[in-house]
Ligand binder design. Structure first.
Ligand code: PAF
Length: 292
């Protein structure tokens, strides 16, 4: 596995390689969720390339950026064991050279949820992903469904700006106790970790209510909020959305999904769940051993 720190290092390697490149963009501190993205993209390409870049422009608070966990050495070991061909780990100046003043903006699907609570976040994401797409030159890219709105934003950007790249949706991967895998989980104290388990349980409860016939988004959202409130978890938003438009729906039918952001102590976690009838479940969250 080659490790490239500069655009020219990577371009030199890419120039010598033929075949289809599949990219797994990450901010590092890898967990099983990221590694499952590597495994899912592999059949769709000849060479898997991972990127590790903690992107300052998508953070709302400098402190959150500074405190974002990092461990490049361990990340590289994990990626090499997964058979990744190249890793691109640029410094901030490589991605944002002095005087860089170009931004990519996607409207519509960015407005609700994360877009509302984290102003400027998606502009940071779409700008860095555009840069990474241009540098890596992949034919296929994969983004996890846990950040469902981000996935839709990137799908929309790729479609409307005519990037010749197929976007794959990566399955959401949960820990054994049901908590969605996230690099931020390491910042939870043992007590907070225990409380955070209420998040997947609340989603599961809402899903069970829906299966019993409750289709009001208001009622399902209230169920989740109440359960999280009982655990002392502050919800930033609980939104039931149409998967295509990312706009809130009133009635939960086919193609609806609940997304939430919540604060467990000082750690902001997001989670999501699709409403689907059990018999039509396609196993796309196959790692959800505990739930759904
Ligand atoms: O999901 C992430 O880790 C980041 O938002 C991404 C897509 C790598 C862009 O920085």
């Amino acid at each position: 596995m080659i490790i490239c720190k500069t655009v020219s290092d990577y371009t030199g390697w890419r120039f010598q390689k033929g075949g289809r490149i599949g990219v797994v963009p990450t901010m590092g501190y890898l967990h099983e969720g990221h590694l499952s993205l590597v495994r899912q993209i592999r059949p769709a390409c000849d060479h898997v390339v991972a990127t590790i870049f903690v992107n300052p422009t998508q953070f709302n608070q400098a402190e959150d950026f500074e405190r974002y966990p990092r461990n490049e050495e361990r990340d590289c070991e994990l990626l090499e064991a997964e058979g990744v061909s190249a890793v691109f780990i640029p410094g901030v100046d490589e991605v944002y050279p002095e005087g860089a003043a170009s931004w990519v903006t996607v409207e519509g699907v960015t407005e609700n949820m994360e877009g509302k609570y984290r102003p400027g976040h998606f502009q940071g994401v779409t700008t860095v992903v555009t840069k990474l797409f241009h540098i890596i030159q992949p034919q296929v890219a994969i983004f996890g469904e846990k950040d469902f709105q981000q996935l839709r934003v990137i799908e929309e950007m790729t479609r409307s700006l005519f990037f010749p790249i197929s976007i794959l949706r990566g399955h959401l991967v949960r820990e054994d106790d049901g908590i969605a895998m996230s690099s931020r989980n390491v910042r939870l104290s043992p007590a907070e970790r225990e409380s955070a388990r209420a998040i997947p349980r609340a989603l599961q409860a809402a899903h069970a209510l829906w299966l019993k016939g409750e289709s009001s988004a208001r009622v399902l959202r209230a169920e989740i909020r109440e359960r999280l409130g009982d655990e002392g978890i502050r919800t930033e938003y609980v939104s039931v959305i149409d998967e295509e438009t990312v706009q809130p729906v009133k009635q939960v039918g086919w193609g609806a999904r609940v997304c939430l952001a919540a604060w467990v102590g000082g750690v902001r976690l997001i989670d999501t769940m699709r409403f689907r009838q059990g018999e039509e479940w396609d196993g796309s969250v196959s790692h959800n051993r505990v739930l759904f």
